[in-house]
Design a protein around this ligand. Structure first.
Ligand code: FES
Ligand code: FES
Length: 151
């Protein structure tokens, strides 16, 4: 089936299986591998994207559900080779190891800071409760969010 949508400000289309997820379409049809497939069950947040401004786990959304909508992915954050301040804060805080969780966390942190520019630690923890990291430990991730909120 043909799905037409806007991705990162561009009109795109893909011919996908009716059961394909939005994550699969982004990665395998539209050449956007930034959103990661870690659990494919809505448990880890590695596949987080915005759909019409709402944060969603793209592994749980059918590609067909995005028909006519605006999707924004982590690829839309860095521009002209310059990292987004949230991305830079993750690098500076040492909050990246294998990096598999990082795109989802970056998207979730960007979403949090857009709503709460100076979140307290409990707000950060709550906002990132759906994002699992298997390697870094959450203290460096918290520090990255604090750094980003100050930038
Ligand atoms: S891959 Fe979607 S929540 Fe884990
Ligand atoms: S840095 Fe490896 S899962 Fe988070």
């Amino acid at each position: 089936m043909l799905v037409r949508l806007t991705v990162n400000g561009e009109e795109r289309e893909a011919d996908v299986w009716a059961g394909a997820s939005l994550l699969f379409m982004l990665r395998e049809h539209l050449g956007l591998p930034g959103s990661k497939n870690a659990c494919e069950q809505g448990e880890c947040g590695s596949c987080s994207v915005w759909m019409d401004g709402e944060l969603v786990c793209s592994c749980l959304v059918l590609a067909a559900q995005a028909e006519g909508l605006e999707v924004r992915t982590v690829e839309d954050l860095a521009h002209d080779g310059a990292l987004h301040p949230v991305q830079q804060a993750f690098v500076d805080a040492g909050a990246v190891q294998c990096g598999f969780c990082t795109p989802g966390l970056i998207v979730a942190v960007h979403d949090l800071l857009a709503r709460h520019p100076s979140p307290a630690d409990p707000e950060i923890r709550e906002a990132l409760a759906g994002n699992l990291c298997r390697c870094t430990g959450y203290e460096k991730i918290l520090e990255a969010v604090r750094m980003a909120s100050r930038s």
